[in-house]
Write a protein that binds this ligand. Structure first.
Ligand code: AMP
Length: 261
């Protein structure tokens, strides 16, 4: 008899249609779907938004029930990090690409450690992550491979609002005025991707994109063209498949997005 297969969808809660798309994808690929909800304190720096991060557990669980999740795993901080906990995974490779890691230096070791724990706790055959967090997707794919974990990581395309804004739990922080500006990120990514695909010079196109993002009112962290697999910087199209990645702050809200060229 065939073994029952398990898919894990790790989340931090405050679920939206992007998370539900991962759950639906998981249920097509495995017999059982486990969703974890854990707001992982170790991936937030002291000045970041851990305390204000939206917590909507009751609603999350009713959405997951409607999406036919088999198990929701909601460990407490004490269960994940009991007194005396003293181990940390420090990923290299794409985790040191100079993108998110340059602005959130503790982020990927927090993510890698908690994801390794979740994989070991749940022992899924597959784990579903969003391309929305593209560098994270690369880091956890490598992590599973490097640590011989029996879980295959699969990425799912980003779910967007009609105006292009990538769904994110953090969109709830945006004021009505900021919400009208936020889609500029995706618009600039799309415009840059089209110009690069048409053969234009990458560095000039990105410079124009950076200017457009800043003019719209964002404080830009980065807008970069990287090799879609390795995240190494690329200067020309012939260097391989390109991914454009952006992070920018609008008021107090930090948004990230990415797109294939
Ligand atoms: P988070 O709760 O923000 O840690 O996200 C949990 C998972 O959902 C991660 O794998 C994210 O990449 C994924 N995710 C977040 N937003 C989206 C989106 N708009 N579309 C698809 N997946 C998403």
């Amino acid at each position: 008899m065939r073994r029952t297969t398990i898919a894990l969808v790790p989340t931090m809660g405050a679920l939206h249609a992007g998370h539900i798309a991962l759950v639906k994808f998981a249920s097509r690929r495995a017999d059982r779907v486990v969703v974890s909800i854990f707001l992982n304190p170790t991936q937030f720096a002291a000045h970041e938004d851990l305390t204000s991060y939206p917590r909507t557990l009751r609603q999350d669980i009713s959405w997951l029930a409607a999406a036919r999740t088999d198990l929701v795993w909601v460990p407490s901080v004490d269960v994940m990090y009991p007194a005396g906990f003293a181990t940390r995974i420090v990923p290299e490779g794409s985790a040191t690409a100079g993108l998110e890691d340059a602005f959130r230096p503790h982020f990927f070791s927090g993510v890698a450690t908690v994801v390794a724990k979740l994989f070991i706790q749940c022992r899924p055959d597959i784990a579903i992550f969003g391309e929305k967090d593209y560098q994270q997707l690369k880091v956890v794919t490598q992590l599973a491979r490097d640590l011989d974990l029996k879980t295959r990581v699969i990425g799912v395309p980003t779910i967007r609002e009609k105006d292009g804004l990538a769904l994110s739990s953090r969109n709830a922080y945006l004021s009505a005025q900021e919400r009208t500006v936020a889609p500029v990120l995706h618009r600039v990514l799309s415009d840059c991707a089209k110009s690069i695909a048409a053969g234009g010079p990458i560095s000039g196109i990105l410079e124009n994109g950076r200017t457009a993002i800043t003019r719209a009112g964002f404080a830009l962290d980065y807008l970069e063209a990287r090799h879609a697999d390795t995240l190494a910087p690329v200067g020309a199209r012939r260097e391989g498949p390109i991914r454009l990645l952006v992070a920018a702050r609008l008021g107090k809200t930090r948004l990230i997005d990415n797109i294939a060229v």
